[in-house]
Design a binder for this molecule. Structure first.
Ligand code: PMT
Length: 234
């Protein structure tokens, strides 16, 4: 596809993990490296889009031409996304957002007690960032990810509908060498509908085999641009 396929469009992408603090020195997090989200940002910029990358803590360089906004917790990511989403044409949620955070963040370092062999943490639900933006009107074309370890297509299609998204990128994160932290990934792209020649419509589906995150990201961006072009003017 042409290098200017996304010229004039603003694409906001989230990437990496979130960190949910427990006390001044500890946090809950996950193994997201940010590689998939950064590859998407690089691919979108190479297509000529204005790209905002809202990033959790990762050890990656910002791709050329990309505006990067650093955040740590899910609440911080949610606030940054709210500010960026309003004037975005396409939103892609690739971040591995923690579903829960500590109900209380201890002001001082939690102490080990001598009388107790267990410690109970009470967690509360974080906001569902992508579902919140998808509920706004007008809204960007909304693309989510689904990280699953079984029944990939069933769970991903359920997330597509439940979170009111336009497209979902499902990845099986139980496969060695793919997904979290890896250089390569495979994905199943699902979207709501494709127009058939006879005027009827069918659910969209594209299977992308294991490949580098860079080439996978290019196909995801090109599919997103095609969905954006196919979207009925609102
Ligand atoms: O970063 P890498 O090491 O390259 O790994 C890439 C990846 C495996 C992290 C990536 O490909 C991926 O799958 N990202 C989504 C991970 C995830 O949290 O999936 P989920 O199925 O739990 O969430 C579904 C969707 O809701 C995602 O778009 C997520 O960003 C979004 N979400 C989830 C929870 C929440 N509180 N707010 C959200 O917006």
């Amino acid at each position: 596809s042409s290098n200017a396929a996304a010229s004039g469009l603003t694409i906001t992408i989230t990437a990496g993990p979130t960190r949910e603090p427990l006390d001044p020195v500890r946090y809950l997090s996950n193994h997201s490296s940010g590689k998939m989200g950064y590859a998407l940002a690089a691919a979108a910029a190479s297509r000529g889009a204005r790209v905002r990358l809202i990033s959790g803590p990762v050890a990656l360089d910002t791709p050329p031409g990309v505006e990067r906004i650093d955040v740590e917790s899910a609440i911080e990511m949610c606030e940054a996304v709210r500010r960026a989403a309003a004037d975005s044409d396409i939103f892609i949620g690739c971040a591995a957002v923690a579903d829960y955070r500590a109900e209380q963040i201890s002001e001082h370092k939690l102490k080990k007690t001598t009388d107790d062999d267990t410690l109970t943490l009470r967690l509360v639900k974080n906001p569902d960032i992508i579902a919140e933006i998808a509920a706004c009107e007008p809204r960007p074309l909304m693309i989510g990810f689904a990280a699953e370890t079984r029944d990939l297509e069933t769970y991903a299609r359920d997330k597509l509908i439940r979170k009111n998204l336009d497209m979902i990128v499902a990845n099986d994160v139980g496969q060695a060498g793919l997904g979290f932290g890896a250089e390569r990934n495979a994905a199943l792209l699902l979207w709501r509908e494709d127009q058939r020649r006879d005027g009827s419509s069918a659910p969209g589906r594209l299977e992308l085999p294991a490949q580098s995150k860079a080439t996978l990201a290019e196909t995801i961006i090109d599919t997103a641009l095609a969905r954006f072009a196919a979207r009925a003017p609102s």
